[in-house]
Ligand binder design. Structure first.
Ligand code: AMP
Length: 487
């Protein structure tokens, strides 16, 4: 059941902004979290980006801060009262934009600080005074050290995408930032997974949190048709182009494990005549935002990206996701394919497994999503079938690995410094945390009447021409509610 925003009794300026955004009914995370935050309790929320999480924390925080609202020009009258921390620049930018929209009819000010761009304009904004500060941890610390950001009046802290913040090594930065904040505050922690590490973090920094869960994190949407193809590294590009053509795919994310591989693939697809752009940590912030904007505007068809760069981006209704490389971490598989089939729309997720480590990585994914993965052969159109058809069985080459795991520039400073001290250019991934038995429950599809895409996949073994019946035209956010129903 979903309820209307009008039941919330939001203050008029907030209600007006919400109405202007076109929101009528609350998403499940909003329905559950908003009253709890309004009541001043800490929250530990299991919810992914795309569930309406930003409004779920922003609206009640803004409502609670309205008592401090004032039109004074004095910076002292606008101290930072709410701090929102996110792991990546794009996410920080995205959340900050949303906060600005929700607060537009109030006198509450907000701004965002993240790395990769000049500190000066951010400093000017901070010096003018802002009530809501959205930030990535590394750059925030730079501003704290430069005394541009004073956090001793913070009343609310949001740790968003907390699992990813720990995953890419932000824990020391987080701990330092939290040590600057008043002990008396409301803390909201959102995470796609509740690993023991996350629970430890919550245990240290949250007080009697209310646990809210709207979708199990290891669940892959039942609306996503998933295929794994066994294909050599040399043939991956050809396979991708063929599937795009055969399926009539209009737009897709193409995930690659390394920055170098990302740039290289984007360039060669571009040469092949596909409208392509690349998103990875070596791009300047400006380039990254431009790449994203052109993809959102439909000016490019393929967004070739690394995990760090693409985490949580709010791009709806992408018809397909390609895992050009099998992700090093099974949880990234769930995040990656969560880019399609969003908001209840159907989507296609295609993964290419070649040699090296891929057998183990695919087995990890199988374990995480609790579904049997069958590797399918790729039959190339223009080839002599005998020469090209894969035998369809697991067939792993031993040589050759996919490349670097991480975007080094997106890592926290401590990690980068440590890497440099060790003399290793190649970042290492922290070992995955042990599984939480709560999330190891067997998979149950969220939409009971939908045919599990996984089973449908077997039937769809022979590729068809034109747009797949599974790829439907854009659907509006109303479907958020359906996809996020607890199962
Ligand atoms: P988020 O999970 O916060 O990134 O939100 C995902 C998208 O859903 C954003 O584009 C929001 O503008 C949109 N959204 C959030 N809440 C609602 C709502 N109640 N109704 C319709 N759209 C919403």
């Amino acid at each position: 059941m979903t309820s209307s925003f009008s039941n919330l009794m939001l203050a008029e300026p907030l209600a007006r902004a919400v109405a202007e955004m076109g929101y009528e009914t609350m998403t499940p995370i909003q329905e559950q979290a908003i009253p709890v935050v309004l009541a001043g309790q800490d929250v530990m929320g299991a919810a992914q980006t795309g569930t309406g999480k930003t409004a779920a924390f922003s609206l009640p925080l803004l409502q609670r801060m309205l008592k401090h609202e004032n039109a004074s020009t004095s910076p002292a009258r606008h101290p930072v009262r709410a701090l929102v921390l996110l792991p990546t620049r794009e996410l920080a930018d995205q959340v900050a934009q949303q906060v600005k929209l929700y607060a537009k009819y109030t006198n509450l000010r907000s701004t965002v600080v993240f790395g990769g761009i000049d500190m000066k304009p951010q400093t000017l904004e901070l010096k003018k005074g802002v009530e809501v500060l959205v930030a990535t941890p590394g750059r925030l610390l730079d501003h704290i050290e430069a005394k541009n950001a004073v956090l001793n009046q913070v009343e609310y802290v949001v740790l968003d995408e907390a699992d990813r913040m720990l995953d890419i090594g932000f824990l020391p930065d987080l701990q330092r930032i939290l040590s600057y904040l008043p002990k008396q505050r409301t803390t909201l922690l959102f995470s796609a997974t509740f690993s023991p590490e996350i629970k430890r973090l919550a245990g240290s920094y949250l007080q009697n949190p209310v646990t809210i869960e709207v979708a199990r994190p290891n669940e892959t949407a039942s609306t996503v048709e998933q295929h794994f193809y066994s294909v050599s590294d040399d043939d991956k590009r050809r396979a991708l182009k063929q599937i795009v053509k055969q399926r009539g795919i209009t737009q897709a994310f193409v995930f690659v494990n390394s920055k170098l591989g990302c740039a290289r693939l984007a360039r060669s697809l571009e040469r092949d005549g596909l409208r392509t752009t690349a998103l990875h940590g070596d791009k300047s912030q400006d380039e990254r935002l431009k790449a994203l904007a052109s993809f959102k505007a439909g000016e490019v068809d393929l967004l070739v990206c690394t995990d760090v760069a693409a985490r949580g981006l709010d791009i709806k209704d992408v018809p397909a996701v390609f895992n050009f490389d099998v992700p090093f971490n099974a949880e990234d598989y769930v995040h990656r394919i969560g880019r399609t089939g969003r908001a209840g729309a159907s989507g296609l997720a295609v993964s290419f497994a070649s040699g090296g480590n891929d057998a183990r990585l695919v087995a990890d994914i199988e374990k995480l999503i609790k579904k049997k993965i069958e590797l399918e052969p790729v039959e190339f159109e223009e080839d002599n079938p005998r020469g090209r058809i894969n035998d369809g069985r697991r067939h792993w080459r031993e040589e050759g690995e996919a490349g670097d795991a991480r975007d080094v520039l997106d890592q926290p400073r401590e990690r980068r410094d440590a890497e440099a001290r060790r003399g290793g250019g190649r970042p290492h991934r922290a070992p995955s945390a042990p599984r939480d038995p709560f999330f190891d429950k067997p998979y149950e599809p969220g939409v009971p009447d939908a045919t599990p895409a996984w089973e449908a996949a077997a039937k769809a073994a022979t590729p068809t021409r034109g747009i797949s019946s599974n790829i439907k035209s854009k659907r509006k956010v109303a479907a958020l509610f359906k996809s996020a129903e607890p199962s």
